[in-house]
Design a protein. Structure first.
Length: 302
């Protein structure tokens, strides 16, 4: 996933159905000698709206919690879409605009408190490691860098086959990937993680070798490829980004239909378009183990 120099201003056209990070705050500076518990948090996506429905599908949202021993305060940190998932997955086809218009950014959100009931009810709230205040402060600096340079949300993982060792053409960049990066950063700073099983959701497309098509200008610009531009618009035309969760799943099934019947998918990744020659089983939602990391430095704490 490419790193960018800065986060672009959001276009006023992009409106979120739910405010991004409504109670967000800056990450506090901890006393270096503080001892901070780190919790793994996981619950079904959109649980506040649909209860445990997506838990049965194992479509989970991940976050990380912190508790300071010195102050007793606790905090939640997560990473998610600024304009909801539909906008990160599908573009808007706007009248008078040739190119599909993307409202796609993801970012970290940090706020005081851990909603114990939310994470425990249908999910997970479990201690994974203990760190010092100094390590927490180093992590906070890294979060700032990660947030300013890794700006686009990517729903899909794309790989050659369901085989564990299969080639990954494109990696997703979503909530769980941020949590995995955070754990890895803490491990590199010296955190020692408990030996517990940790599983994450991936939505995977299966494709032969992707074909690079170009960027917005080269495809949709004045010197662009009119036939290709029409094919991409046509591919995205059934999907509506501003929508309810139910509509989002209807669109996912439309995509499966398109992909299975036509063996094709147009992917927008790091501001570039790719053609995916799709192959069976086309799409899978998997919930699989990703072990907690092992650090590269001398350890601290439990």
């Amino acid at each position: 996933h490419r790193r960018f120099d800065y986060r672009p201003k959001t276009d006023p056209y992009c409106q979120a159905r739910y405010t991004f990070c409504p109670t967000g705050s800056t990450i506090p500076l901890m006393k270096e000698e503080d001892v901070i518990e780190v919790y793994r948090l996981q619950a079904p996506v959109w649980e506040f709206k649909y209860g445990d429905l997506l838990g049965h599908l194992k479509i989970m949202h991940d976050a990380v919690g912190f508790k300071s021993s010195l102050t007793g305060r606790n905090y939640t940190m997560e990473w998610y879409e600024l304009f909801q998932l539909g906008n990160c997955t599908f573009p808007h086809l706007r009248p008078g605009m040739d190119a599909p218009f993307w409202c796609n950014q993801g970012a970290a959100c940090f706020y005081e408190g851990i909603d114990d009931a939310h994470w425990k009810a249908n999910g997970t709230l479990v201690l994974v490691t203990t760190i010092s205040g100094a390590m927490f402060n180093d992590m906070a600096q890294w979060v700032k860098y990660d947030n300013e340079t890794g700006i686009y949300y990517e729903t899909w993982t794309v790989q050659a086959s369901p085989d564990k060792k299969s080639t990954v053409w494109f990696d997703a960049y979503e909530c769980s990937k941020f949590i995995l990066r955070t754990y890895q950063k803490l491990a590199d700073l010296g955190a020692v993680f408990k030996k517990i099983q940790t599983n994450y959701t991936s939505i995977i497309l299966f494709s032969g070798e992707p074909i690079y098509l170009g960027n917005e200008t080269s495809i949709f610009g004045p010197q662009g490829n009119k036939t290709l531009a029409a094919a991409i618009r046509d591919f995205y035309s059934p999907f509506k980004p501003h929508q309810s969760v139910r509509e989002f799943f209807v669109d996912i099934f439309k995509i499966i239909d398109h992909v299975v019947l036509n063996h094709q998918f147009y992917l927008f990744y790091n501001l570039e378009y790719w053609f995916l020659p799709m192959k069976s089983p086309y799409l899978k939602i998997i919930y699989e183990e990703v072990p907690l990391p092992v650090g590269s430095k001398a350890s601290f704490g439990v």
